[in-house]
Design a binder for this molecule. Structure first.
Ligand code: B12
Ligand code: SF4
Length: 648
């Protein structure tokens, strides 16, 4: 059995008599004594029994944090001191023995036998010191046990047989839980229970490799209330859920369970994440995560895990990222039976009806919009699954029970491939109702639109972003206002629901332009719409720009949800930008507009509008405090003399 001794951070608490198990209660010297002195932890010579007792009490705490970064030197020094003491004691004993032996008389047999046992004890002490020296030197050898890095060593404290007998089993990672926290804040999708695919996919991969794996998607409170039995916890993040993810990480570490972060936020903020977890895997996680588990189980070194970022002896270590998965068909179909969603048993929108099944058919996007982090995360090279592979996944579900949400960023980026898939869906009469995200350019191809309708497409989510040519240019959207208008008309004609997404806050935007955008959306009768606030998401060019220009307002990540102003805009004050978004929703989902939808016979659009109207009002109530602060900020700004601003 291998025990990994990892130097803890510089400020690790040091108990006078011992050290702390990372994330576990403190232990005292008395915990560690009581058996043969065979192992060394920091300055302490500890007993195997002591270690195994502690491990048994706290099964997952297989790692021991050494408080001092110079642990190795301290261990060497303590062994040298021990040896010196033993040698000095042995010398003194020998001298004493010789002196006593010289004075022995024939009747003093008792004394002779006492001296003999004293000599044996002294020889034992020498053996212990020699044993410790050997252990120490063994761990310095590069091969066995393996020297992982300069500072993190895997120690074999004793033979595997001895350990197994003592501990009742090795401390291996066998049970894995991957968690995606639901956003705790209200947003337009709050009542849609839709996890991202990462957690379920990674759980499926680990299950297929023989581990006991599950995925959780629920609120932070529900997650913390559960006591999942896991040897390792993986946590999936986007920016808006990063603070929740971190508090979950802290909680599991306090229970002594190692924590690994992954996902689009920590990919760009690994250092931040490591304050709340042990490891972070950047980029796509399918290659790195299983290798990390193998490394933690002693089968390889951490430096072999692509995309891994971790701390070693206080220093940040970072491996090169994993190459994006080229053959997407090689991935298993996400098994949603591994997903636990707490009280909410089904994925999808509110109310009864069919559950939603997310399926991703491609990764990456060939475009390069400045505000988007998809290309930073999944690359610009568009990779797609084969038609046969997608059809096989679809065929596992019953269209009478499930509707499909294709989780692609740009479902039609390779039109020939998309058409092939749609034709196959039509030919096989799969009969699914489905929706997906596309760009406005989908309407430039009438055949594609026709196939989409015939294959069961009921709704399209389209990032129109803006109807201002300057803003479209600024964000590098590669799309014109005319294309947007044309797309809306063609898609409406194909009787497909359009959910349009618009973004406010580009440098060329003004309050008047935002009003014009809402007028456009109403005039063109877009079924449902989201007016979002431009958000500097880590990993996007826009974030880098805002950071470089010192325009970020704060890094309260939970409000990086496109509903809050997070940077200093140019054409508005932060408050005016927020107000523009609030008014846009109020106008687009006004009672009159809602009624018009009903009169037009657009029932789905009517229902969504009622829902959006009520959620907007609830949002205003819940965010009263934030809105007051933002508004007060504006007042302060107004009352600050210009000179003061310039010099601040
Ligand atoms: C489906 C989807 C949604 C759904 C469900 C979202 C949810 N539960 O959060 C809906 C429509 C509700 C939605 C809403 C929003 N979304 Co959204 N959404 C997506 C989309 C298109 C697909 C997600 C997906 O399943 N991807 C495929 C899987 C395989 O990727 P993955 O889950 O990230 O997992 C991989 C890696 O990240 C990593 N990984 C993930 N978890 C873990 C864990 C561990 C331990 C490890 C080691 C690795 C690892 O390995 C996985 C396999 O490679 C992505 C874009 C994208 N391509 O990912 C955007 C995306 C996630 N959304 C985004 C945003 C901004 C939002 C909104 C805030 C904005 C909005 N449009 O309203 C809202 C709010 C969501 C919220 N929770 O608060 C951003 C997030 C970026 C960021 N840094 O935060 C993304 C990346 C799109 C973008 N433009 O950049 N969204
Ligand atoms: S916003 Fe859409 S089109 Fe633009 S880069 Fe992101 S995924 Fe691609």
């Amino acid at each position: 059995m291998l025990i990994e001794l990892t130097p803890g951070p510089r400020d690790s608490p040091v108990v006078e008599e011992g050290h702390l198990f990372e994330g576990a209660p403190a232990f005292s010297l008395s915990d560690l004594r009581g058996g043969d002195a065979m192992g060394v932890v920091g300055d302490l010579v500890v007993s195997i029994k002591g270690i195994t007792d502690i491990l048994r009490r706290n099964e997952s705490a297989a790692r021991i944090a050494l408080a001092a970064p110079d642990a190795t030197a301290r261990i060497a020094a303590s062994i040298a001191r021990l040896e010196q003491t033993v040698n000095a004691a042995a010398d003194a004993t020998e001298k004493l023995l010789r002196k006593l032996e010289g004075n022995l008389t024939s009747g003093s047999e008792d004394l002779a036998s006492s001296l003999a046992s004293f000599r044996r004890a002294s020889a034992d002490a020498e053996k212990v010191a020699a044993g410790l020296r050997e252990i120490f030197e063994t761990r310095q050898r590069p091969h066995e046990p393996r020297l992982l890095t300069n500072h993190t060593y895997t120690y074999t404290l004793y033979s595997s047989q001895t350990y197994h007998a003592d501990s009742g089993g090795p401390q291996m990672i066998e049970r894995i839980t991957i968690i995606e926290p639901r956003s705790d804040r209200l947003h337009i999708f709050s009542r849609f229970e839709l996890p991202r695919l990462g957690a379920v996919l990674l759980a499926t991969i680990m299950r297929d490799r023989g581990y006991e794996a599950q995925a959780l998607y629920m609120s932070t409170r529900d997650i913390l209330a559960r006591t999942p039995t896991a040897d390792l916890v993986g946590i999936s993040t986007i920016t808006a859920t990063a603070p929740s993810a971190y508090s979950i990480g802290d909680a599991f570490r306090a229970r002594g369970i190692p924590v690994v972060f992954g996902g689009p936020h920590v990919t760009f903020m690994p250092e931040e994440a490591l304050a709340h977890g042990d490891y972070c895997i950047t980029g796509e996680g399918e290659t790195g995560f299983p290798l990390l588990v193998e490394a933690l189980n002693g089968k390889r070194s951490l430096s072999e895990v692509p995309g891994l970022v971790w701390r070693e002896n206080g220093a940040l270590r970072r491996n090169p990222p994993a190459a994006p998965i080229e053959d997407l068909d090689s991935l298993p179909f996400p098994d949603f039976s591994l997903l636990v969603m707490g009280g909410r048993a089904r994925m999808g929108g509110p109310g009864p009806g069919r559950a939603t099944i997310p399926i991703q058919t491609s990764r990456g996007c060939p475009f390069d919009c400045s505000f988007c982090s998809v290309t930073g995360m999944f690359g610009r090279r568009y990779r797609h699954r084969s038609t046969a592979n997608i059809i096989a996944e679809l065929s596992r579900y019953n269209p009478r029970e499930k509707i499909i949400f294709f989780y692609d960023d740009n479902f039609t980026a390779n039109r020939a491939k998309t058409k092939e898939l749609l034709r196959e869906m039509i030919r096989l009469e799969l009969g699914f109702e489905w929706s997906t995200q596309v760009r406005a350019d989908v309407a430039n191809d009438p055949e594609l639109l026709d196939l989409m309708g015939r294959a069961g497409c009921s709704a399209l989510y389209i990032g129109f972003e803006s109807v201002d040519p300057q803003a479209l240019k600024e964000m590098r959207k590669s799309q014109t206002v005319e294309e947007i208008r044309w797309a809306v008309r063609q898609i409406r004609r194909a009787k497909i629901h359009i959910h349009g997404m618009f973004v406010f806050g580009f440098d060329s935007d003004t309050p008047e332009k935002t009003r014009a955008t809402v007028r456009f959306a109403m005039k063109e009768k877009i079924d449902s719409a989201q007016f979002l606030i431009l958000t500097p998401l880590p990993g996007s060019d826009f974030y880098t720009q805002m950071q470089a220009e010192g325009r970020l307002l704060d890094t309260a990540w939970d409000t990086y949800d496109a509903h809050h102003v997070k940077f200093r805009p140019v054409g508005f004050s932060p408050w005016e930008l927020q107000l523009a978004q609030i008014r846009a929703h109020a106008r687009f989902y006004s009672p009159l507009q809602i009624l018009r939808r009903l009169l037009r016979g657009r029932v789905a659009s009517f229902v969504i509008a009622v829902y959006a109207h009520s959620i907007s009002k609830r949002w205003l109530r819940e965010e009263r405090g934030y809105l007051r602060l933002l508004r007060a900020g504006q007042r302060m700004l107004r009352s600050t003399p210009r000179g003061a601003l310039a010099s601040s």
